[in-house]
Ligand binder design. Structure first.
Ligand code: AMP
Ligand code: ZN
Length: 458
């Protein structure tokens, strides 16, 4: 039986779906004003592994990852400038071009680390009507008030507010003083923001309250309801989203419709740098999947690195950690390549223990330990291969590509590989990349390992 740590109850709970066979899963997606960094990608790798676990358990999963292409503000919670507008000025593009470009890049990143394509990736700007309907419902029930810059949710009218996640609410501690402007309570948040007087924004819509744009939290409440129903099963996001984002989603959805928004809330921990700083777009201390590829890494090595630590523990990212993961992945592929063709059913003892580890709040590090034990065992290599491929349905390391590929490298490719190594050592990455591209065009893939590059056919 699958057990998951629910942030809402702060307990590991048995998972029971609302419908018998289908699970609705909503994952808070990226704000598309910049490339996603590998910290962001960890939160999506986490929801991918959750989805694969549910599928291995026999459920059909309907997964939504939203694309936030409006409504995320630059400074503070409810004041300041829209990040996408700032990016548009920086890059001399329209906000729509910015959102489009970074959405495509995000979807390409998901593919590079073999994250299954979500059932839907709705954009916030395509659900303005639903968001307005939600605010109207809240207005009808008396949860809103108006200030000079927007329509706000009155958190004092929702007594359960902030109970979620047991988070301390900033500004509500005794004696704390915060600048709340026209807001009635520090935790109140914008549902609808008015366009500034005298300025036409590139992204703005008519509403019953005036021309403007939706508050950030609104889209997730409206789109999850539209696509998965309310309540749905599981809502995920990075740890920083528990408060205020998810507390606000819960408040507005429950207040509007008198039902919970989701049953289970899961939050994955951060990617940090050695020394402990959180990787963040605003800190400019981040690495992207594109960077990893440019530096000659296999993006699946990052996937392995993420799998190797529990989702509720911070993950320290460093070159050494990535190299170790890459070496391990190469070893794993090597084992599979050296064995005869996989055949037979998965070895049930290992398969059972692998599943048990997953069912214990997605303990993938434990599942990987079972996998390595299996690989090192004396069982028949063909059965071991079959077991590994079965396990890879969860791990998503794309090991199927390794199976049954004869492995002969023509001298011409060997020569190109040596030339690329030379360029790399000389830090001439552009030349190295160019050679890599040619090698790949010829139908070979390079795996960089600490003992030098290895090559295989695609
Ligand atoms: P954003 O694009 O900033 O809205 O973030 C997208 C997702 O990435 C959210 O679930 C965040 O909680 C998550 N996230 C942001 N920074 C990190 C980080 N350093 N490590 C892990 N997840 C992160
Ligand atoms: Zn969200």
């Amino acid at each position: 039986m699958l057990r998951l740590w629910n942030t809402a109850t702060r307990r590991k709970e048995p998972f029971t779906p609302i419908k018998k066979n289908t699970v609705g899963l909503y994952t808070c997606g990226p704000t598309v004003y910049h490339f996603a960094h590998i910290g962001n990608i960890r939160s999506f790798l986490f929801s991918d592994v959750l989805r694969r676990t549910l599928e291995l358990e026999g459920y059909r999963v309907k997964q939504v990852i939203n694309i936030t292409d409006v409504g995320h503000l630059e400074v503070g919670a409810d004041i300041g400038e829209e990040k996408i507008e700032v990016a548009a000025r920086r890059e001399r593009k329209t906000v729509w071009q910015i959102a489009d470009f970074y959405t495509k890049s995000f979807l390409a990143d998901l593919k590079a680390v073999n994250i299954k394509r979500p059932t839907a990736t709705p954009r916030a700007t395509k659900y303005i009507r639903e968001q307005i309907a939600l605010v109207r419902e809240l207005e009808k029930k008396g949860f809103t008030y108006r200030t000079s810059d927007g329509i706000y949710f009155d958190t004092a009218k929702f007594p359960q507010y902030g109970g979620f996640a047991g988070v301390r609410i900033a500004g509500q501690e005794a004696g704390a003083r915060v600048e709340i402007g026209e807001k009635l309570n520090p935790t109140d948040f914008a549902l609808w923001k008015f366009s500034p007087r005298g300025r036409k924004r590139e992204m703005e819509w008519k509403s019953p309250w005036g021309v403007g744009f939706p508050g950030w939290h609104l889209e997730c409440s409206a789109m999850s309801r539209a696509l998965l129903g309310q309540p749905f099963d599981i809502h995920t996001g990075g740890a920083d989203l528990a408060f205020p984002h998810h507390a606000n989603e819960i408040a507005q959805s429950s207040a509007a419709y008198g039902k919970p928004l989701a049953h289970v809330w899961l939050h994955s921990e951060f990617v940090v740098l050695p020394g402990g700083a959180k990787m963040a777009k605003s800190e400019r201390n981040f690495t992207t999947i594109g960077d990893l590829i440019r530096w000659g890494h296999d993006p699946l090595a990052y996937r392995y690195l993420v799998l190797n630590s529990h989702y509720r523990s911070p993950l320290t990212f460093s070159d050494e950690a990535l190299n170790t993961a890459e070496q391990t992945l190469v070893g794993l592929r090597g084992a599979l390549r050296d064995w005869p063709k996989p055949a037979g059913r998965p070895l049930s003892g290992y398969a059972d223990r692998f599943l048990q580890a997953l069912e214990d709040d997605l303990n993938i590090p434990q599942a990987l330990a079972v996998m390595w034990e299996m690989i090192k065992s004396n069982d028949s290599p063909a059965r071991k291969g079959a077991t590994l491929l079965w396990m890879d349905r969860l791990l998503g390391l794309d090991l199927i590509k390794i199976v049954g590929r004869p492995f002969k490298i023509p001298p011409k490719i060997q020569k190109m590989l040596a030339a690329r190594e030379k360029a790399r050592v000389a830090k001439n990455f552009a030349a190295a990349d160019e050679i890599r591209r040619k090698i790949e065009e010829a139908g070979y893939l390079i795996e960089d390992t600490p003992t030098g590059p290895r090559i295989r056919s695609v």
